[in-house]
Design a protein around this ligand. Structure first.
Ligand SMILES: C[S@@+](CC[C@H](N)C(=O)[O-])C[C@H]1O[C@@H](n2cnc3c(N)ncnc32)[C@H](O)[C@@H]1O
Length: 220
């Protein structure tokens, strides 16, 4: 299923609509880009998994202007949007990041892409492949929904997400979005994410966190 179909939107509207669907989207993208700028080498080779329309790639290029970015995505329409947005500053690979070889690099990045990995076993495998692809001193950066561990916090974070959605749609439609995505997307707790990164060999850090959204960093 293409990204737009999954989100229930038209592809051409993606960049505008994603802001209405994901609370703190811009802040998370900026924080992930800034983490790359602060921690990576001056001209890092970056592989952006599930690059979509290229928002994170653009933030990385802003923070690290000499970065050489490769974007991987299985949705050709999204990759075309990334190429248009970044005008020659991104190389794209059409494919499934869970199965195609990840090129050797300094940084592996992802935003709102790794929740498409459906099991912790598969996510662990992706993190191990990322660790193997990264040079020594390299890093993986992922911005995504990372649940709180406590049920009470999970409930209040869900209420915050619904309140965000309701700014642009009815309460029933907001509930419908979260229910539909729950059938496709898999969110782990922040603790589980850190554990998975550590088990793959990374030193794991939290670069940014707001409600159930976080930027996690793994250093090789
Ligand atoms: C919600 S979009 C996020 C796009 C972009 N990173 C952003 O922050 O706006 C998820 C993207 O990941 C891509 N994707 C999901 N699973 C994938 C996989 N296994 N291999 C390649 N791309 C994948 C989708 O096609 C989509 O473009």
């Amino acid at each position: 299923m293409g990204a737009a179909t999954h989100l229930g939107i038209n592809l051409s509207e993606y960049d505008a609509v994603i802001l209405t669907l994901i609370p703190h989207y811009d802040e998370l993208i900026d924080a992930a880009g800034a983490a790359v700028g602060a921690l990576a080498r001056p001209a890092p080779a970056v592989v952006d998994l599930g690059t979509g329309s290229g928002a994170l790639a653009q933030a990385i290029l802003k923070a690290s202007p000499k970065a050489r970015v490769t974007g991987i995505d299985e949705d050709a329409g999204m990759l075309a949007m990334a190429e248009k947005r970044l005008k020659g500053r991104i190389t794209v690979i059409h494919g499934n990041f869970e199965t195609i070889p990840i090129p050797g690099c300094d940084v592996i990045s992802a935003s709102f892409a790794l929740h498409h990995i459906r099991t912790s076993r598969r996510k662990a495998a992706l993190y191990r492949r990322a660790f193997a692809a990264l040079k020594r001193g390299g890093l993986i950066v992922s911005a995504d929904c990372c649940l709180a561990s406590a049920a009470a916090l999970q409930r209040s974070d869900r209420a915050n997400w619904l309140a965000h959605l309701r700014q642009n749609c009815s309460p029933a439609k907001a509930e419908g979005y979260l229910k539909a995505w729950a059938k496709e997307d898999v969110y782990f707790t922040l603790e589980q994410e850190m554990d998975l990164l550590r088990r793959a060999g990374f030193k794991a850090e939290i670069a940014f966190r707001k409600t159930c959204f976080a930027v996690v960093v793994g250093l090789k």
